[in-house]
Design a protein around this ligand. Sequence first.
Ligand code: HEM
Length: 503
Amino acid sequence: MESTSSWLHQSFHGSWIFVLFLPLIIIIIIVLLVLRLLRLRVWCTCDICQSYIESRWAVQFPNLCDWYAHLLRNSPTRTIHIHVLNNTITANPDNVEYMLKTRFDNFPKGKPFSAILGDFLGRGIFNVDGDSWRFQRKMASLELGRVSIRAFAIEVVHQEIDRRLIPLMESVSGGEEVVDLQDVFRRFSFDCICRFSFGLDPKCLELSLPLSEFAVSFDLASKLSAERAMTASPLVWKIKRLLNIGSERELRRAIKIINMLAHEVIRQRRKFGFSDQKDLLSRFMSSISDDTYLRDIVISFLLAGRDTVASALTTFFWLVSRHPEVEAAILKEANAVIGPDETLTSHEQMRELHYLHASVYESMRLYPPIQFDSKFCSEDDVLPDGSFVKRGTRVTYHPYAMGRMEEIWGPDCSEFRPERWLREGVFWPESPFKYPVFQAGIRVCLGKEMALVELKSVAITLLRRYRVELAHPQPNPRFSPGLTATYRDGLRALIQPRQVIAS
Ligand code: HEM
């Protein structure tokens, strides 16, 4: 009763302040929006900007990234500028190398990006530039380079496959039940990355597919943070945050739950000791005493390593189920390297699976989990293709479009053909500036090796046991807007047991 009346009192008090200041707030919003829109040249009448503003591109293309790929293919420099967004977008490998390596310091993530993710990620590696980034990068590279943490990553992934993924698939295999593989892979990758970074098991992939409060809050916080980037002006979400209303109120609540859980894990770890623990958090705890900073670092890892892996697995299975010749080649290689009735036992065997490795690379070439990635130009600059970039411009490199460029991949660039990565049967890498799926240069992804182990382990285990039949085969995926490529309608499939099952 007391809490209800105090809530009523607070609400009443809050609404009075709100009513009193509402007209003033509305005027400020309008003035700021007008100023902002003027700066963004919303009046630009060029065909591309008009098509963007009126979403006319959607008539011809299933996704915004397909339209950008089309525009970039038709640009002689492979670079375009969307005036209304003050955004230069490039699919030119020379430009990519320039911004990610040669002039790295002139193309930081920048304040607009850190503001969008700031409440969720705090000062974590994913969201900072300068000294704070350098410090975390050095520390994280050191830790991730250790043999013991690599072994721990493999242990986590294999346990999750054996104890959860296979039992779940077994429970639906051969039946009429349609499973959403995207959902399964999201649960799988969340369990893995939480255990690896945090030493916390959210058990999302248990047979009953439970709802974990942590996973739900984490999803909501990622989604609402990404939506901030889609508002016409940052002022919209900043004012909503100031007033604590709508999506900003939800975001605050989700972050509160994440923080409570994270701080509880850190508190327990301090109390019961962390020196014998193998996870990343425990390793960082010996050199960092600020608990909020620790929380921020770990949350960045969760964001970086969760949806990316789930997205890569989803498109891999979508592509392979549409290309039986690739599936057959993967299985043939596995039988030759591992043995028809054997399971994968060593890292060495995994390294010999060149065709599998090539297939994973090829599927991310066509469907990179992070379709585009932006930086902000600090000082006026000129890209190698001659494009002038004014200070403050958002500059985006676009791996999705780059995977569809004839001059990089040849006339068959839109085909799914793992063989393009092989020379005499051995995997042959391309320049990372032509294939910036894991970014490239100085800030290249720190979890690349772990991600590849995870992707290949799941791929080979599932393909050798089951056939994936798509429930609604579609010629093109439709993606939801967000930080990572996500199928709008999931990936619904029937799971059939293979006749010859590797034990
Ligand atoms: C297929 C899976 C993955 C892909 C495609 C991928 C891709 C990327 C990309 C494009 C970036 C640059 C993002 C940016 O700066 O805006 C990045 C950064 C990063 N990734 Fe990954 N990633 C994957 C998996 C992982 C995993 C599993 C982990 C964790 C173990 C991880 C950890 C990180 C970290 C910590 C960064 C920030 C590096 C820095 O800013 O210095 N990633 N990743």
